[in-house]
Structures are given as C-alpha cells and as structure tokens.
Ligand binder design. Sequence first.
Ligand code: NCD
Length: 449
Amino acid sequence: MAEHVKRDLVSIEDLSSAEILELFHHADEFRANLHAWSDLCRGTIMATLFFEPSTRTRLSFESAMLRLGGGVITAADGESTSRAKGESLADTVRVVGGSYADILVVRHPEDGAARVAARYASVPVINGGDGAHEHPTQTLCDLYTLWKEKGRLEGLEVVLCGDLRYSRTIHSFCYALARFGANIVTMPYPGFELPDYVLQRLRRDFGVSAATAAMGDLPGLAGSANSAAYLTAHKPHQLALFTKLGNVEVSHIDAIYMTRAQRERHEGQDTSDYPRLTRSTMGAAAAKDARVMHPLPRVDEIDYDLDDDPRSVYFRQAELGVPMRMALMAFVLGKIQLRAERPELLSVMPGDARSSGGGLRCRNERCITNSEGVRYLERDFRVRPGVTPPVLSCAYCEREIEAHFVGHVQSRILHRYNAAEVRRIKPENRVYFETEDQARAAGFAWSNG
Ligand code: NCD
C-alpha cells in the first residue's frame, strides 16, 4: 500500500502546478451545483482556529465544509481561546487536531505559525494566513479567477500594486505566478516593496529576472514610473539577472491586483497618499482588458465607482472561494483523488538539507520562533542546495540567512564557508554561523587559535 502522507497546505509550494490545475476542474464541478455534495464529507469535522480577524476566509471555509456535508467547530478569535491564558499554538492544535476535528484551518498573526500547526497536529492543516508570510488558499482563489477570466496563466501580464511588503496574499501569489510563467509588474507604494527574501526566492527557485518597467500609461498608481519593476519568469533557472536592469514598456495588462495597506503590521506609518484605482486609471489603453483584482477587504484603494465595471472581479474572487475550498478540502481529506503528481518536496526535506543551524537565529522578528516558539521550538533551517556562501532558510517563516562560517559539531573547529575542510565535514555535522562572534560565543574556534 502506498504510504499515506498527510497533506498540509502551509505554502502554495505544497501543491504542484498540475495539482492546482486539476483542483480548478473539481472546483468547476462543485460550483456547477453547490447543493449536490452533501454526502461527500459527511461525518467529517473541520475546526477553524482564527487568531486574527477574518470574514471571507473563515466563512468561506465553513460554508465549503457545510456544503460538503461535514460539521464545523470554530474559534473565531484568540481572545476566546486559551491563547489568552498563554497556551501555545502547538498545544492548541495537538488537542483540537486530536479527537475534536479531522482538518484544521489556522490563521495567526505570526510568520511561520502555520508550519508549527502542521508539525504538531496529526490531521491536515490549511494555512488561512500566517502573519506577512503566506496565504495559499487566497492564491488558489486568485489563480482560479484569473484562469477562468483569461483561460490561461502562462504569459499573462499581472500588475501587483500597493503594500507588497506585508501582504501575505501577494507573496503566495507571486510564487505561483512565477511558477505558471506569468510576468509580474510590481508597483509598490514607496517603502512597501516586495521584501528581499521574496525577490531572492523568485530569482533562485523560479529563475525570475527583473527589469525596470515604464508604466507611463497608468498615472497615479505608483509613486513614479521608475518604481515599477518587471519580473519575468524563465525556465529553466536563470541566476543573477537582477544585476542587469533593462527597460520594459508595459503596453498590455491582463490583471491589476490591488492590496490594502496592512496597517496591523506597520502601525503608525503614513500611508496618506496610498495608490487608488479609479475610473481614470482604468481608462488607460494598457488596462483595456485588465481585470481588477483584490483579496478584500477593500479600504480606499479601489473606487466604489469601479464596482460595476465588467473588468472588476474582486467579488467574483470571493465567490469562487467556496467551490475552490470545497475542492481543496475534499482532496486533502482523501475524498477525491488527483491524477497529478504531488510536488517533489512537501514540507518534508531530505535529511542532508536540514540543519539545526547551530548558531543561527531567525532574523525575522515576527517569526514565531522568536516569540512563543522560543519556549518549545527547536531551531530548524533548510540549506538551500548549490548556493555559496551557504544560504539557510528558516523552516518556519522561510527568511534566509547567509552563513559565512561553518564549524564541526564535535571538534568545535571553525572554518570559513569556502575552506576546503568544510567539504570534508558531513552535512549532518556542520554547524552554521552568520558571524565569527556568534561562533565564538557558541564555543567554536579556529584550529590554530
Ligand atoms: C487578506 C488577508 O487576510 O491577508 N484577506 C483575505 O483573506 N481575503 C487580505 C487583507 O487582509 O488585506
């Protein structure tokens, strides 16, 4: 019998492209008659554990499970759970994902929280948004909408606009767009650009190259035309193309994905001249066929005037969330099978790619390993294959660190990352450090000193 692997959805990378496309077809089937599936998950219980506000994500998951004939238990905010008394996420999910529920959907304010939940729960965990990290099911809804509107994903020109730094929907969405071969134009609100770790990952894992984009046609969206970047997905991998910026004239846009300022993650920052989509912006020739997308909630970024424009699809994205989430849950619970291959690496990495990191601490202050996780999580980093100096990414929030020093776990002898001796240390015996001071503090020293 094939080994059963628990399928969590922590990152959009936990589904292969072929699985995603197959799920779209199932979602279409569910959508054709939302009332015809009440036997599929009968007897199944879903728990929604939401430690941050939500309207669409939680309610569409709950609606999806009820339409599949299952039951729902919910903690709609952290204050009503034992989190308010100091209980860890790990303990909560161990209990709720024990005899209480067969599948968990978790939303949490800290980056990496969904990975913690997936590791500690014995049932499948779906990430309903963890801090500024990822929101993979929103991405499924976004891709599904775009695919239905445009009939394909490859080669589409997608403009991402607004708060690209703290929007988790943007991060999952751009990994998926790159994987499907769409081109991305970023038009951030100045100061809210895509984080470096996302750009690095786009380059390294998806072979994305960047150029500056001329967007003179869309006034008022970005601070200036030069703050737009054009990210092109290439296959196979192309490295180090970020150094050479060309210039791209964007004359045709398939979708503009607007986001609200994620104020809960950057309190007090002035966003008074935040971009806004208006009838006049959408009158630009390049935007003629552009779909206006938004994960919602909208605050002021899209004029209400645009709601009845046939190009506005943000309410459709929310509507498609129910059949899309029905398909996802039916799959994760084993009620429908997919023919497509799963991704090569789920959250489980081969032994030699994992490392406790030794002296490393995740640099992301919002990572769960730096808050409640300090009490119980072991450090866990993945060594990115084939990169020098060695790059390790936090197994929880995926933030990356360059490790310039490597020591041997037993001898405590320290080397520079490029010393010949390092190659002779078995991967499982390597201990990584960002700085020499960290290494010394951990009791490591050069062989002659
Ligand atoms: C998004 C989120 O929570 O990240 N909302 C959603 O799930 N549709 C976007 C947002 O809050 O801005």
